[in-house]
Design a protein. Structure first.
Length: 102
């Protein structure tokens, strides 16, 4: 009888010599700053005293109207727990995040 040989390739173990120095990783300088995201842009628009329309949020993110409304309902209201109000004005429906008390 012949024994079967396992021929699946394996990765060599990672050694300290293979690891990149911390300074060389993506040009990090020691401070952790996150790039501004589309979500950050929408929240910033909503926290303005004048609020934001769907069109303004669509322009800022490139999202479609249903995506903006879904973000407001799913992320801002449910995940972030912020109170969002809306009112109809001459500009159309304007959404706002109410300032947190305390």
């Amino acid at each position: 009888m012949s024994e079967e040989v396992d021929t699946t390739p394996t990765k060599p173990p990672v050694t300290e010599a293979d690891a990149k120095p911390a300074a060389a990783v993506a040009g990090r300088t020691g401070t952790k700053t996150r790039a501004k995201t589309k979500s950050d842009a929408v929240v910033a628009l909503l926290t303005r005293s004048r609020g934001a329309t769907i069109d303004e949020m669509m322009s800022a993110t490139g999202w479609q109207a249903h995506s903006v409304r879904g973000f407001i309902a799913g992320t801002v209201k449910k995940r972030l727990g912020r109170l969002v109000t809306s009112e109809t004005t001459s500009k159309g429906r304007v959404y706002r995040i109410l300032a947190e008390e305390g």
